[in-house]
Design a protein around this ligand. Structure first.
Ligand SMILES: Cc1cc2nc3c(=O)[nH]c(=O)nc-3n(C[C@H](O)[C@H](O)[C@H](O)COP(=O)(O)OP(=O)(O)OC[C@H]3O[C@@H](n4cnc5c(N)ncnc54)[C@H](O)[C@@H]3O)c2cc1C
Length: 417
């Protein structure tokens, strides 16, 4: 059986879902395809649930030797690497290092700002339609520091961002105690980024967006996106479990798996992943965690969620499909227990996921110049949940041919070719 659709979106993570919804808003008929039988089951499920409008400064590869050396010893909590993966990751990491100059940082901030500035509003528009506006908690995100000089340095950095509209409160240890009575370490101080929002379940958000997509007339099919073929300009076909689907346009939103498909089209990107773990804990002594809080010097974050207190780790450089490693969690769980009265660990095995990264820490949004009708939206790295509604809007405006709300040039494929 063959069926026709205007646009196929490959990947039903938060980026694919928001792209599909924004395309519907522009009047397109959309079919969403994923290898799983439901939406949001991969990276978009396991994250820390934060919407971070202040996340526009890029997370750069360290270029000063002192910091670099501290990473090289592989003894840090916030960032570890699997030695066996390094040779494979080396070319992409070298590009990441190259693109982490101070001059690049300014360019990346300028490119990021329009997306981050509109991220809350764009989510809210979709969330309102989906009836889940209240899922976005006005929690802020509190970063607690054990070390005085790290606290001073971070406070200074955040104060410097005030000119960009970043709102933050610097908290003394007693103010932190009032905000988060369960924190049981003697902190040097804390900084609360007040504009951040958080979710109690990123998966529930994906499901609500998915229901809206179906309600708006969208179709969902289970299938392997790697069956996609280009038969000619604006002629694509992909096989699902039920049928072959033909379309004029295809959007690749496969997060960390996007590169696998693009290779079939002769597009080789310096993509890499920053893996991260989560595990849930119950609370003890009736002390609940009130807000998302990170132990900044400990290198992990805690978010109150439906499944318990979710502990998310920082970054692990490893192959996307490499076996999980216990190293980072083994380092941070004792610190977390010292930081907050955590109860039982709720799962025997942690979840592991992969932040899809490009070396300049900007997503890839736009068309393939050599494949008319093929479009991309992936590479959202640390901020896919935050940015999905806005990058979806940008993509949909480009595909519709209306003036996009921001210049799409910084996100195009040409920067890697
Ligand atoms: C530990 C951790 C914490 C994070 N915290 C935050 C946070 O607090 N805030 C924030 O904004 N971001 C956060 N992120 C980043 C964010 O989660 C990601 O950027 C985002 O989820 C990427 O979404 P995506 O839709 O591109 O990818 P995914 O959610 O991975 O979706 C890709 C989809 O493609 C599908 N797919 C793959 N291959 C195929 C195939 N062959 N055929 C069909 N379908 C296929 C998959 O099944 C999947 O559904 C975090 C990430 C991690 C790992």
């Amino acid at each position: 059986m063959v069926s026709q659709t205007e646009i196929v979106v490959l990947g039903a993570g938060i980026v694919g879902l928001c792209s599909a919804l924004q395309l519907q808003r522009q009047g397109f008929e959309v079919t969403l395809i994923d290898r799983h039988s439901g939406p949001g089951r991969e990276t978009s499920h396991g994250n820390a649930g934060l919407i971070q409008p202040d996340g526009f400064p890029p997370i750069l590869f360290p270029r000063d030797w002192k910091t670099f050396a501290s990473y090289a010893t592989n003894q840090r909590n916030d960032c570890v690497y699997q030695f066996s993966a390094l040779w494979k990751l080396a070319p992409a990491l070298f590009k990441y290092w190259q693109m982490s100059r101070t001059s690049s940082a300014e360019r990346i901030v300028a490119a990021n700002l329009p997306l981050f500035t509109s991220c809350v509003e764009d989510h809210m528009e979709i969330a309102k339609e989906a009836g889940v506006k209240d899922s976005f908690r006005s929690s802020g995100w509190t970063r607690v520091f054990r070390n005085e000089s790290n606290f001073e340095a971070y406070s200074k950095k955040i104060r410097a961002l005030a000119g960009y509209g970043v709102n933050a409160e610097v908290l003394s240890p007693s103010e932190l105690q009032e905000l988060e009575p369960g924190v049981q370490i003697i902190a040097a101080g804390a900084v609360r980024l007040t504009d951040q929002l958080s979710l109690a379940s990123p998966l529930k958000l994906s499901k609500a967006y998915f229901d809206l997509f179906l309600k708006n007339g969208g179709r969902f099919e289970v299938g392997d996106a790697r069956t996609l073929v280009m038969k000619g300009p604006f002629q694509y076909a992909v096989r699902t479990e039920r049928q072959n689907i033909e379309s004029k346009h295809v959007v690749v939103c496969m997060g960390p798996w996007s590169g696998d498909l693009l290779k079939h089209f002769g597009i080789h990107l310096p993509m890499f992943v920053k893996r991260g773990y989560h595990i849930h804990f119950s609370t003890t002594d009736n002390v609940g965690l009130r807000h998302p809080t990170s132990d900044a010097d400990g290198g992990y974050s805690l978010t109150p969620m439906d499944d318990g207190i979710r502990l998310n780790t920082g970054v692990e450089f490893a192959g996307r499909d490499s076996p999980s490693s216990n190293i980072q969690l083994a380092r941070v769980i004792p610190l977390a227990r010292e930081f907050f009265p955590l109860g039982d660990q709720r799962e025997a095995r942690p979840w592991v996921g992969s932040r899809p990264c490009l070396p300049d820490m900007l997503p890839l949004i736009g068309p393939s110049p050599k494949h008319p009708g093929l479009w991309f939206s992936f590479g959202h790295a640390h901020h896919g949940l935050t940015l999905a509604a806005s990058t979806g809007r940008l993509l949909a405006e480009m595909m519709k041919g209306v003036t996009p709300f921001t210049d799409p040039t910084p996100y195009n494929l040409a920067r890697f070719q």
